[in-house]
Design a protein around this ligand. Structure first.
Ligand code: SAH
Length: 395
């Protein structure tokens, strides 16, 4: 096994079991490991620290896997990690409120660069590191053994793969290809999911609990669902008796799937309007037209991909929330989210306070949203906590 030596003074994060070692913390590499190889990390005194995936093309040169020197990171190690992750989702699946969830969540499940989502009888996999790519056969085999899915689909179209020197993939890994739409259930609502063409792995199951939570506030209300995708918040609002729902998204495919989902569930299409548009432009248009709403959902894509982008992203979040506040009736509700890991809940509250001031509104935070249990946050990897939201009453 190749050996990588850490610079003196850089031990703290490794000892605290943080899974990332940046290239700048590495003193030297003995030999020439290939990207994706499992290497041994040693401190400046040549003492064992951890085993991890090596990659000299990534800023994160090592992704640590195991801190116990006596444990072999072999086929069985990967099988065990997969099995523990799947077992940990038992509650979500047994609860029978859904048959879709995230089975494996990368670093949080000690499998850096592997995301596995379950959509009824199909699995959608994202492979984001060369280390996982090297071990994917055994991972797939274990998933088949545990779950007997009809098919496993590789949806590794994330741009982050380029940093690892991996090509984008969009193909069947095992079993049969998923049908154009796979049907899943969540909170009593059926969704058609286009695994091959949809965004990310196909569906945002991380918003499951938040959709349910917000649904309690929408009866007889005029709802605006911004960044609606295939209708997560829209469908829950229609189900819970909203007076009307307007959904805005820039993706034609997402809107088409949302329309199909509304029909599929037998909800009243007359209460629903879909607008294919840029949300920022559309909110300004609503403002000019003098339209107002009782409940507004803002679930934008990630504005801050890294900590260094936080200032710019904060301004974008502020502007978006400011306009939304101006469209709310007095005492209306704003359910606003950020899925940027770099933005923590305190920063986000600050952004909203700033938006409220600029809008000339008073805001009360009346509830808080977070990521669900199938997207765990590992205590030694706080970066994995990415989804947060606030339910605000706006006067
Ligand atoms: N709320 C959704 C998930 C939102 S994902 C759910 O519950 O499933 C983010 C969505 O924002 C995607 O559908 C994407 O197409 C859309 N999007 C990204 N940028 C946009 C923009 N500027 N204007 C409108 N929609 C946008």
């Amino acid at each position: 096994m190749f050996e990588v030596f850490l610079k003196k003074g850089k031990e703290k994060a490794v000892l605290q079991r943080h899974p990332w070692v940046f290239s700048g913390a590495i003193e030297r590499v003995k030999g020439k490991p290939a990207n994706g190889d499992i290497v041994k990390l040693l401190d400046a005194q040549s003492r064992f620290m951890a085993y991890g995936f090596y990659n000299d093309q990534s800023r994160v040169a090592l992704r640590l896997l195991e801190w116990d020197e006596t444990v072999a990171v072999d086929e069985n190690w990967f099988r065990q990690k997969v099995a523990t992750s799947v077992e940990g989702r038992g509650y979500v699946l047994r609860a029978e409120t859904t048959n879709t969830c995230r089975l494996i969540f990368s670093e949080a499940d000690y499998l850096p660069g592997l995301i596995v989502d379950k959509y009824a009888d199909y699995l959608s996999v994202q492979i984001l590191t060369s280390g996982i790519q090297n071990n994917i056969a055994v991972i797939i085999d274990e998933l088949q053994r545990l779950l007997q899915p009809k098919g496993i689909y590789d949806k590794s179209d994330a741009s982050s793969r380029a940093h690892e020197g991996l090509e984008t993939a969009n193909e069947v890994l095992a079993g049969s290809p998923p049908p154009e739409l796979v049907y899943v259930k969540e909170n009593g609502i059926t969704y058609g999911i286009n695994i091959a063409e949809g965004q990310k792995s196909g569906f945002y199951c991380d918003q499951r609990d938040n959709r349910h939570l917000l649904a309690a506030y929408v009866q007889d209300k005029k709802v605006l669902d911004c960044f609606s995708y295939t209708g997560g918040f829209t469908l829950n609002s229609l189900q819970q008796g909203a007076a009307s729902v307007v959904s805005v998204d820039s993706s034609a495919l997402a809107i088409e799937t949302m329309r199909q989902n509304i029909e599929l569930n037998g909800f009243d299409a007359a209460k629903h309007t879909a607008v294919q548009s840029d949300v920022n432009k559309q909110l300004r248009r609503f403002k000019e037209e003098g339209q107002t709403f009782d409940v507004i959902v803002l679930d934008p894509p990630k504005y801050a991909p890294s900590r260094s982008a936080l200032d710019r992203a904060s301004r974008a979040y502020k502007d978006l929330n400011r306009i939304a506040m101006l469209l709310l009736n007095k005492g209306g509700l704003l359910a606003t989210f950020s899925c940027s890991g770099a933005m923590d809940i305190d920063n986000f509250k600050q952004v909203l306070a700033w938006a409220a001031l600029d809008a000339g509104k008073q805001v009360q935070f009346i509830n808080q949203f977070c990521q669900p249990e199938d997207h765990p946050v590992r205590s030694s990897f706080p970066e994995g906590e990415y989804l947060k939201g606030l339910l605000c009453r706006v006067y």
